[in-house]
Design a protein around this ligand. Sequence first.
Ligand code: J2J
Length: 540
Amino acid sequence: MLEHCTPWPEEAAARYRAAGYWTGETFGALLGRLAAEHGDRTAVVSGDDRWSYRELDERATRLAAGLHRIGVRPRDRVVVQLPNVAEFLETAFALFRLGAIPVFSLPAHRANEVVHLCRHAEAVAYVIADRHGGFDYRGLARAALKEAPSLRHVLVAGDAAEFTPLDGLRTAVDGDAPSWPEADPSDVALFQLSGGTTGTPKLIPRTHDDYLYSVRASAEICGLDASTVYLAALPVAHNFPMSSPGVFGVLHAGGRVVMAPQPAPSAAFPLIESERVTLTALVPPLALLWMENAARTPHDLSSLRVLQVGGARLSDEAAGRVHPVLGCTLQQVFGMAEGLVCYTRADEPEGYALQTQGRPISEADEIRVVDENGEEVLPGEPGELLTRGPYTIRGYYKGEEHAASAFTPDGFYRTGDVVRRLPSGHLIVTGREKDLINRGGEKVSAEEVENHLLAHPGVRDAAVVGVPDAFIGERSCAFVLPRDPAPAAAELRAFLRERGLAAYKIPDLMHIVGEFPVTGVGKISKRDLRRALAQTLTRP
Ligand code: J2J
């Protein structure tokens, strides 16, 4: 396995292979097999592009050769920050073919996140679209080149300006094409990002064996087949639309991926109608938005059979409205880029989909629900969810520093989620112990934002907490203890933007305070801050 990663213990790996979870297939080989099986069927639709399985396979082969020609080698890391376009799949599979490792960055990330990823992963290349959603990513590339010494190439889908166009890179593969050893299925295939709680996002190494298992099993649980038409509405770089079952699961089943440039009803509904979409995945605030708009849309949404909702807690009230309003079945999905994914199933009583966040993919997923001392709670009682299994990581990339807080000594991942487990194995997410704000599926690490605020000369101390919000679940609120003269909230916001922080991490609310409530040992009491906030918000 790539260095600075933690492999599964030999005994566990042998067990997962023997049970058939880990098959030894790589993502690169998978695409070749799919092209042989589904050749002329449409694999992906994006704008005017409609690529068959064969075309996707050929493009990935040629792009892999082109990447090799400019010096990208097996195990090199490549930061990929592409929106939902066909080239996303082409690039991902080209890198898999090459055994180079994509680091998937979200389109919302800005210089702060991109530079960190490039440096931390020691990336040799950075792949972007020219523009998307009114933002020019080539500016970001200039910043990354300045700050990340390992970066040698910027590859652009679209107008490349001074950089390398992806279109010019594809190389005809003929007799004397370059060759390289086949990727090792037990090695890292890709890096996902942790929605984590630390100062900077952590890298999650996922192997071909483990990730492909979660994709294959997810496709099966969700009943996908070649007739499935999946709308990629959420950014496909995220683990949910990528693998649960997401775009990879749909391709695995021979279905069709339809890329939506934006998840808003105005972009998504016409595509559902024109492509006869059968399945899609949303975070709760988008599900609410879709339901609000469905009643008055002129578009025919009747092809939609299943709406998956996950990433943050869906209220029971909203869950109950999905079928009446959208006419499709609700599937709740509770997952994490570190591994474990839970689904409600089509063959269970409907109550589970309405009131739980599902049960794990695999009989080999080990689940413990524990109290603050690490002891298992009584069945049905709330406690922190710990998990271990055939597709849950045993460590972050270069994660020595976080190992003890993120994993138990016997290899369970500490999710930081508080759950109740029903006798059926279904989990209900009731809360969270980690210091993170979940803005409707977008995860904001309190520590990361606090660190940026502390860099302002007018800030003596800062604490960021979540505030309940009817629409997005939670908003972020920063409490700031100023120096003299106190900076204005608007100035602090502008400061965070200038530091290149993604917009979703900029606090929704900002309070300049004279002092912080403290705990018995003198730490800032976030619990008291949340309570004070709740009181001011409910006061008439
Ligand atoms: C409550 N909290 C949830 C849910 C995730 C599938 C689906 C989602 C993700 C994801 C994913 C939740 N109810 N239904 O990777 O493959 C919160 C939990 C969890 C964290 C993980 C997938 N679904 N959450 O959201 O890595 O707190 O993955 O630990 O972004 O989101 O976030 P992330």
